[in-house]
Design a protein around this ligand. Structure first.
Ligand SMILES: *Cc1c(COP(=O)(O)O)cnc(C)c1O
Length: 221
């Protein structure tokens, strides 16, 4: 095992309450296989079609745990049923409704996180913190969905110390709603640039791409 590989460095630095999610979007399946062979099990993709292709290609990695972290379009729901351990990016009531409908038709359950747009940037998806009340009050309408935590992305231009503010806010939000909804344990926050700060603020899932895999090839779109 190569001790100075970024993977080992991150693993060594992670507190026990945080799990590493390797973000493999736009990276070839072979890179996922290499990291799996070093012991990594949680991998996250952003784009449904790309994710399903890689799942097919990597079927032999039986212990892999797939996460979806990109915006989920309603017309893609059918394709993702039963395909992901956890979806981090549930960002509207309409999506909760649509997911519930399709899951119940297939008798499936799905673990999800709610993406929270704390900085309330217009261009970014996610629930505003004030929307969460109606989500948690209406949980019984979505019995096939297990809401186990919150996810956020600070504004792209933030320094790690500026991100700390948003991570801290997400934790406060989680702590507040957990009183009403005890399964709300997870905090998905922190990426290559700011994960040490995120773990200090209580992240349980950190999402790292570039630092593990190097720069991403450009999207083929
Ligand atoms: C791409 C992506 C990441 C990984 O970002 P890096 O800076 O490469 O670590 C994390 N979270 C989400 C939602 C992403 O889309």
């Amino acid at each position: 095992m190569i001790q100075n590989h970024p993977y080992q460095q991150i693993k060594n630095a992670l507190p026990t309450h945080a799990q590493l999610v390797a973000v493999s979007k736009l990276q070839p399946a072979e890179k996922i296989r290499e990291l799996y062979q070093q012991g990594q099990r949680l991998f996250a993709e952003n784009y449904v079609q790309e994710a399903l292709q890689k799942q097919e290609e990597l079927q032999d990695l039986t212990a892999i745990q797939w996460h979806l972290i990109g915006h989920l379009q309603k017309n893609k729901i059918k394709q993702i049923l039963g395909r992901f351990y956890l979806i981090h990016s549930i960002d509207s009531i309409e999506l909760l409704e649509a997911l519930q409908k399709k899951l119940s038709e297939k008798n499936l359950n799905q673990k999800i996180l709610l993406q929270v747009n704390l900085s309330q940037e217009e261009t970014k998806g996610g629930f505003h913190p004030s929307d969460l009340k109606s989500v948690f009050e209406n949980c019984k309408n979505w019995p096939s969905l297990q809401i186990i935590g919150l996810m956020t992305m600070p504004p792209l231009t933030s320094t790690p110390e500026e991100s700390r503010h948003w991570f801290h806010e997400l934790r406060k939000c989680r702590d507040q709603w957990q009183k009403m909804h005890p399964p709300l344990t997870e905090l998905s926050m922190g990426t290559s640039g700011d994960w040490p700060v995120a773990t200090e603020e209580g992240a349980t899932l950190i999402r790292i791409g570039t630092q593990l895999f190097g720069a991403r090839p450009a999207a083929l779109k």
